[in-house]
Design a protein around this ligand. Structure first.
Ligand SMILES: Cc1cc2nc3c(=O)[nH]c(=O)nc-3n(C[C@H](O)[C@H](O)[C@H](O)COP(=O)(O)O)c2cc1C
Length: 175
């Protein structure tokens, strides 16, 4: 009897999960809004980067953040093998960099726009980013289509101008 009840409960849970389709989920999430970042790394003498809104603070003790990357992305295996990465949070006016790193531009051409310098660990740092977080990979977990990377923040560079590019309702917002 208990087993039957458990099975019935599981079916309710399963049905509830099935109710929210991909488009409904995406529409809902589009309202949350987030900063626009270009996450970079350096591996085998080459630079790699992609636009990411799924970046989040985890802890300040020790300073830790997370980044979610689609495992189907062209640079996933590079990030999987690299030791360091950098989260470059964009400024208003850097929408072209967001589009460039968020589209299908070949990796070899992505760093052609923007003033990129080498950080302490060699990772590409955008000189005029709102803020750059240089990180060491510490941990990761796979969830659905993505991998969540955790990084220990080893250096931070802040822009004197107090502004950040935000993305909400499927468009860039200055602010
Ligand atoms: C505003 C914006 C936010 C994005 N956020 C993420 C993200 O958090 N994680 C991710 O894996 N891809 C994200 N993307 C998509 C990647 O930037 C994009 O898939 C990648 O650069 C291109 O894929 P490719 O490297 O396979 O060519 C975002 C794209 C845009 C335009």
């Amino acid at each position: 009897m208990l087993a039957q009840q458990q099975e019935a409960d599981m079916n309710v849970v399963k049905q509830r999960f099935d109710i929210v389709d991909k488009a409904t989920f995406r529409n809902g999430m589009s309202r949350l809004g987030s900063a626009v970042n270009v996450v970079t790394t350096r591996y085998g003498g080459r630079s790699y980067g992609f636009t990411a809104s799924a970046v989040c603070s985890v802890s300040d003790t020790p300073p830790t953040l997370l980044v979610c990357i689609n495992r189907a992305s062209s640079c996933f295996h590079t990030f999987e093998n690299a030791r360091h990465f950098c989260v470059n949070t964009l400024m208003p006016g850097q929408e072209d960099i967001s589009n460039h790193f968020g589209g299908k531009t070949p990796m070899g051409d992505r760093f052609a726009i923007g003033d990129w310098r080498g950080g302490l660990t060699g990772v590409p740092i955008l000189a005029d980013a709102s803020v750059s977080f240089e990180c060491e990979f510490t941990n990761s977990i796979d969830e659905a289509t993505h991998r969540v990377f955790f990084g220990r923040v080893t250096d931070i560079r802040e822009n004197e101008a107090r502004a950040t590019l935000h993305y909400c309702m499927r468009r860039d917002l200055n602010g």
